[in-house]
Design a protein around this ligand. Structure first.
Ligand code: TTP
Ligand code: MG
Length: 364
C-alpha cells in the first residue's frame, strides 16, 4: 500500500518498570536491574535502569560496580533480573497491542510494530489518536508507560520511537521524513554499529544526510552490494519491509570446508571471519538482532563439535559475532587434539523460546 502508516511501540525502561509495578514503593528511587554473574558479589552488568537512575549516569551494559559508584549516597534499589516475570508481563502487553493494528510484529521482549494503515484510514491525525489510546490501555491495564513512533514504514517508526522517551510520542509524516532523519547520527539506523561508523567516517559520513549524499557505488565498494544498497535506501528513509508476525525462531548459519585439515587458530579464524561476514549479510537483510552465537566444527575423524554462547544483549554487530566465535573456537581447540576439517558459524535471533526453529543453512 502506498500510504502505509506504521507504529513502533517500545516500553520504557522495561525490566525496571515491570519491577516497579510489583513494588510501587521503589518508584521514586533509582532502580537498577542487574544480571549478576556470580563471580564476586558485584560482578555482572546492568540490564536497564529507571530514568531516575539514568540521571545519575547509569546505563544498560554498565558494570554493576560502576553503577553502584554512580549512585553512592543515593537511596537506590539494585535487583536481580527475573526474566520469567518480564516474559509473562510481555505476553500481556503484546496481546493488548495486537488488537490495535491491522497487522502486528513483536520484535523484542518490549517492542512491537503495528501496521495501522486501514485502522486509521491512512490519516496521521487518526494515528496520533490511536497512539494515545494504546498508551492509555497499557497504563490502565498494566500500569506501564511506553514510547511510540509513527511513520510511513518500520525504519522511520523505530527511529521516531527513540526520539522522545520516556512516555513519548513522535509522529513523522512521509513529507517530514527527510528533515527528521537528516541531522541524526548514522548509528540510529538499524545495522549501523560502532564498527560501521568507523568505516563511514573516512568517507565523510557522520550523519544520515551525509550518508544520503554519498554515492551508492562508493558504499557498495566499501560494504558490499547488500549492505551498501541497504545503507543507501535507509539513509533516504525508504523501507518496504512489511509488518508481519514472524512465527518461528530463526537461525542463520554458514559452514565451509578448510583447504586442508588444521588446528592453527589463525588459519581457522581467517575462514571463520569470512563466514561471519556472510552470516552478517543475512542478519542485515532480515533486519534481526541476534543474541546467540555458535560455532561448529567437523574434526578430522568426522566427529562434530558445537559450542554456543548467548549474549546479554541482542546485537547486529559482525564484530561481536567474530569475537565470540573466536573464543568458542579457541575453547573447542583446547578440548581436542584433532585437526579441524570443516568450520561453521551460526547466529540465532532474539525470539520467543517455545517456537520451532527454522534453519536457513547455506553450504559453501
Ligand atoms: P530497551 O527497550 O533497549 O531498553 P529499555 O526498555 O530498558 O529502556 P528504554 O526506555 O530506552 O526503551 O530494552 C528492553 C529490555 O531489554 C530492557 O529493559 C532490559 C533488556 N536489555 C538488556 O538486558 N541489556 C541491554 O543492554 C539492553 C539495551 C536491554
Ligand atoms: Mg524499551
Amino acid at each position: 500500500m502506498a500510504n502505509r502508516i506504521v507504529m513502533l511501540v517500545d516500553l520504557d525502561y522495561y525490566y525496571a518498570q515491570v519491577e516497579e509495578t510489583r513494588n510501587p514503593s521503589i518508584r521514586d528511587k533509582p532502580v537498577v536491574v542487574c544480571m549478576f554473574s556470580g563471580r564476586t558479589e558485584d560482578s555482572g552488568a546492568v540490564t536497564t535502569a529507571n530514568y531516575i537512575a539514568r540521571r545519575y549516569g547509569v546505563r544498560s551494559g554498565m558494570p554493576i560496580f560502576q553503577a553502584r559508584r554512580k549512585l553512592e549516597g543515593a537511596e537506590s534499589v539494585f535487583l536481580p533480573v527475573d526474566h520469567a516475570f518480564y516474559e509473562e508481563v510481555s505476553s500481556k502487553v503484546m496481546s493488548i497491542l495486537q488488537g490495535f493494528g491491522d497487522s502486528f510484529e513483536q520484535v523484542g521482549i518490549d517492542e512491537a510494530f503495528l501496521d495501522v494503515t486501514r485502522k486509521v484510514s491512512e490519516s496521521y491525525d487518526e494515528a496520533r489518536k490511536l497512539a494515545g489510546e494504546i498508551k492509555e490501555a497499557l497504563r490502565n491495564q498494566l500500569k506501564l508507560t511506553c514510547s511510540i513512533g509513527v511513520g510511513p514504514n518500520k525504519l522511520v517508526a523505530k527511529i521516531a520511537a527513540d526520539n522522545q522517551k520516556p512516555d513519548g510520542l513522535t509522529v513523522v509524516e512521509r513529507e517530514q521524513v527527510k528533515t527528521f532523519l537528516s541531522p541524526l547520527p548514522v548509528n540510529r539506523l538499524i545495522g549501523v554499529g560502532t564498527k560501521t561508523m568507523e568505516k563511514m567516517r573516512p568517507l565523510g559520513i557522520g550523519t544520515i544526510s551525509e550518508l544520503a549524499s554519498c554515492e551508492v557505488q562508493k558504499l557498495i565498494d566499501v560494504f558490499g552490494k547488500t549492505l551498501g544498497t541497504y545503507f543507501h535506501h535507509a539513509s533516504e528513509g525508504l523501507d518496504d519491509d512489511p509488518v508481519q508476525e514472524r512465527g518461528e525462531a530463526e537461525s542463520f548459519s554458514r559452514i565451509s570446508t578448510l583447504k586442508q585439515n588444521t588446528r592453527d587458530l589463525d588459519t581457522i579464524l581467517e575462514r571463520t571471519h569470512q563466514l561471519c561476514e556472510d552470516v552478517h549479510e543475512t542478519v542485515v537483510q532480515q533486519k534481526v538482532l541476534f543474541k546467540t552465537v555458535g560455532v561448529s566444527a567437523v574434526l578430522s575423524d568426522m566427529s562434530i563439535r558445537t559450542r554456543s554462547r548467548t549474549l546479554e544483549t541482542a546485537t547486529a554487530e559482525v564484530g561481536a559475532m567474530k569475537e565470540v566465535a573466536r573464543e568458542l573456537l579457541k575453547n573447542l581447540l583446547d578440548e581436542t587434539e584433532l585437526d579441524l576439517r570443516r568450520v561453521g558459524v551460526r547466529v540465532a535471533s532474539f525470539v520467543k523460546r517455545d517456537e520451532s526453529q527454522k534453519q536457513l543453512t547455506n553450504f559453501i
